[in-house]
Design a protein around this ligand. Sequence first.
Ligand SMILES: *[C@@H]1O[C@H](CO)[C@@H](O)[C@H](O)[C@H]1NC(C)=O
Length: 212
Amino acid sequence: IIGFRGNLIGRAVIEYCEGGPPVKNFISIGGPHAGTASVPLCGSGFLCVLVDALIQLEIYSNYVQAHLAPSGYLKIPTDMTAYLQGCKFLPKLNNEIPSERNITYKERFSSLENLVLIMFQDDAVLIPRETAWFGYYPDGAFNPVLPPQETKLYTEDWIGLRTLDEAGRVKFVSVPGGHLRISRSDMKKYIVPYLTPSCGSSKQSIRRILSY
Ligand SMILES: *[C@@H]1O[C@H](CO)[C@@H](O)[C@H](O)[C@H]1NC(C)=O
């Protein structure tokens, strides 16, 4: 699976799908894996003013969670209680809620052969950009940005990121450019090698179907 504006959905396919096709390699291009702390302000038109006000006031309300997709991965580090209670998508995907952790998600995710996490050095859309590597702010503050290995998701191994990393199966890749501005040469270097055919024709045909 290649995640490109579908990074969290790609991960959800891996973690949640009952009897889904086996995924060998997950290449994630600029994904908000640990959340994003940016409120996507949309502009100054009437609807935008309304939308922005809604997001800022009530991002974790049922209404906003049901109608604005990005609110499913907005994580305001100074509002973690509301996030864990109200955010409908990311806390579950990341096994963040202590009473609701599901080992099956971890088993599935840690069965990947390769997890390629691509971060953009000048990403101004994802706040912080290190979320593409599962790095994030500590609970309760906007600094410093913790490297992935210092987050609780990693140290307590909620979804198997640590398991994968310790097995040498995570590639933390940093490329120049703004959000999703990956160059052709970096695609060839960091993506194409993971798409080469390997044994098993059924696996290959599955891969082909997914790529369309
Ligand atoms: C964990 O997730 C699996 C797969 O979605 C599901 O079958 C199982 O019931 C869940 N377990 C718990 C304890 O919720």
